[in-house]
Design a protein around this ligand. Structure first.
Ligand SMILES: [Zn+2]
Length: 355
């Protein structure tokens, strides 16, 4: 059901003038392919009209929609979309939750020297000893180096939303900038004093070649030309600068488990979904060296929770993690496997360094 109208839009056709036919893979140009899904609909926000076919490239295994919304019409898919929820941020509160939040801040203060007034330093030390929690905090900070690479180091968040992550990086001492296509999110970030520009990388051409770090969280699957975006991001970096990138993994265990209900499909907003091998090759061709990064079990379980809700016809994106729902042996086993076998993780997470 649509959050706005209570109705699904799946039986309304996408305007035919707004459809773009590909006939071939946009990553490797091969036209050899097989149909993977014939009738995908927007099961997440239920706002996008249309039914969609997804193909798998026989050459590079990329999954892609064909036809897909054109660049001019894609806005229709974002009618009820809210991109920038931060599922790992705990509310301000007292009691146990308040203590956990203060302890997490304590760890952040210790590792990234963030000026967090309410931090619990002792709790932070304890978190430093608990590997699964420590790795979740580090992943949530997008594996930001513990020390600035140089004084005045600059970070660009590509697809920054309302600037939540920029705020964290700023507290860690980085000069931060951001770009995003969402007019409401950009206004919200600007109101908090952040340098966020409406649009894509063309908006920061004055800063070309000046960034020490780029972050690009769950953007690549939305763009019409992934290779073009990677080349543009490469140009934004200084030599030796790094791109942190995360995107859904079409080979994820969760995809096998939930099939058409898997959160990562998200048609028609997700236009292409890559395998780890293909993404690494693409990054290499764009001038990066690639380091894979682990995905904490908690993040995999969060995808499972959302996919399960969709399978039950009750998408709850933005809902808080429901801890009790995680205690299913099959889910816990998958999450454990994913944290050790990155080829099957829900997300591909990499740090790609500009050669
Ligand atoms: Zn291909």
């Amino acid at each position: 059901m649509s959050p706005h109208t209570g109705q699904s839009n799946a039986d309304t056709a996408w305007p035919s003038a707004g459809l773009e036919k590909l006939f071939k893979c946009q990553i490797c140009s091969s036209s050899s392919r097989r149909l993977r899904y014939a009738d995908l609909t927007d099961r997440l926000f239920c706002c996008a009209p249309g039914r969609w076919q997804m193909y798998t490239c026989n050459s590079c295994q990329t999954a892609y929609l064909d036809p897909r919304p054109s660049l001019a019409s894609i806005g229709l898919a974002y009618d009820a979309y809210f991109t920038h929820n931060d599922g790992l941020t705990l509310p301000r509160s007292g009691g146990l939750l308040g203590w956990i939040k203060a302890a997490l801040d304590g760890y952040r203060k210790h590792r990234w020297q963030m000026p967090l007034n309410r931090a619990n330093v002792t709790g932070g030390r304890l978190i430093g000893l608990l590997r699964p929690i420590r790795e979740t905090v580090i992943a949530h900070m997008r594996h930001l180096p513990a020390r600035l690479p140089r004084s005045g180091a600059c970070l660009l968040d590509v697809g920054c939303g309302n600037g939540l992550y920029m705020d964290l990086a700023r507290q860690a001492g980085w000069q931060v900038h951001g770009v995003d296509f969402d007019v409401h999110a950009v206004a919200s970030a600007q109101a908090r004093g952040l340098d966020v520009r409406l649009g894509g990388l063309e908006q920061v051409q004055d800063l070309l070649g000046s960034f020490d770090r780029l972050t690009c969280s769950h953007v690549l699957e939305h763009v019409h030309s992934p290779r073009e975006w990677l080349l543009q991001m490469h140009a934004m970096l200084r030599p030796g600068g790094s791109l942190w990138l995360q995107t859904p993994n079409i080979n994820a265990l969760g995809h096998r488990r939930f099939g058409v209900h898997w959160l990562g499909l998200d048609p028609p907003r997700h236009l292409s979904l890559l395998t780890p091998k293909t993404l690494f090759k693409l990054l290499d061709e764009c001038g990066f060296t690639v380091k894979e990064l682990p995905l904490p079990a908690l993040m995999a379980l969060s995808v499972y929770q959302d996919s399960d809700a969709m399978a039950k016809g009750a998408p709850q994106i933005g809902a808080r993690l429901r801890w009790r729902s995680f205690f299913r042996p099959a889910w816990l086993s998958d999450a454990w496997l994913q944290s050790r076998t990155l080829t099957q993780a829900e997300f591909i997470t990499v740090e790609a360094t500009k050669i």
